[in-house]
Design a protein around this ligand. Structure first.
Ligand code: ZN
Length: 284
């Protein structure tokens, strides 16, 4: 029933029947439950099998990055409780980017926790409207109010925890990669680096998307991360790393080469997509 409603909603937003059926299958896949666990230091995985969410705990209060889909919110909340933490101790909600599969659960998680939502200026309007401007083909998310806007390099402090906002636009106008120190080195919670349907040539809402992608790749090439994670776990083999961790490898998530490999792969995909979009324009 829920899938049928979803299909109708997607149809209403202009998607084809086949695309909406595929979309609802994808959502079910993404939202499969996953048992929460500690990655390193005070960083915990509380997301689903297919959508990342991270809880950073501190005696002064916790930070939760991302909310997954709207239907992920109860799973994330249950994962936080299963680790023995109280949702009402979450002080800040952060978001990697304002697409429905990451921001969808924020409104409910904000209601349950009473936390303040911190986001970049570039993603603010899309979070608050629940729809990405200029991308009517994307499913919507429940609108959620941004309580604090962060700029590039700005730090968020809670007790001994210091998170830095690194603006890495391209995938969305406000794509934000958060970073922090753990006892196992620096961890980067990377925003999505893929094109994912973004018009790179003449998008009226986001005309400089291609330039932003290039600047983001250049910026990240200058950064170092001992632990790379993002919000689509298959990109960094979360399940494989977790299995190695469970088998006794305490440093299973430490992989200092991962960031540069991720950038190289994303950049290849971007150049290919840019060439394809250019070819499509000239053949019209
Ligand atoms: Zn996205």
């Amino acid at each position: 029933m829920r899938n049928m409603i979803l299909a109708l909603v997607l149809l209403g937003s202009g998607m084809s029947t086949a695309a909406s059926a595929q979309g609802s299958r994808q959502r079910v896949e993404w939202n499969r439950p996953m048992a929460p666990f500690r990655i390193a230091g005070n960083v915990h995985y509380v997301g689903t099998k297919g959508l990342g969410a991270y809880l950073i705990t501190d005696p002064k209060g916790h930070v939760l990055i991302d909310g997954g889909l709207p239907e992920s919110a109860p799973l994330i909340a249950a994962n936080i409780r299963a680790l023995g933490f109280d949702l009402r101790d979450v002080r800040y909600l952060l978001i990697n980017h304002a697409h429905f599969d990451h921001s969808g659960g924020l409104a409910e998680l904000k209601r349950l926790s009473g936390a303040r939502l911190v986001a970049s200026a570039g993603d603010r309007a899309d979070l608050e409207s629940g729809q990405v401007a200029g991308r009517p083909e994307l499913p919507s998310a429940p609108p959620v109010k941004v309580d604090r806007v962060v700029g590039d390099g700005e730090q968020l402090r809670l007790g001994a925890t210091v998170l830095t906002a690194n603006l890495t636009p391209g995938h969305t106008r406000g794509c934000t990669s958060w970073s922090m120190r753990t006892d196992a080195g620096t961890i980067l919670f990377a925003c999505s680096l893929t094109v994912a349907g973004q018009n790179l040539i003449d998008d009226p809402v986001y005309p400089n998307a291609a330039d932003d992608f290039r600047a983001t790749y250049a910026k990240l090439k200058g950064m170092k991360a001992d632990i790379f994670v993002n919000f689509h776990p298959e990109f960094f083999d979360l399940e494989g790393k977790r299995a190695r961790q469970q088998a006794g490898d305490g440093d299973a998530f430490v992989d200092p080469g991962a960031l540069q490999r991720q950038i190289a792969s994303a950049e290849r995909g971007f150049e290919k997509e840019l060439a394809a979009q250019r070819a499509q324009r000239t053949s019209r």
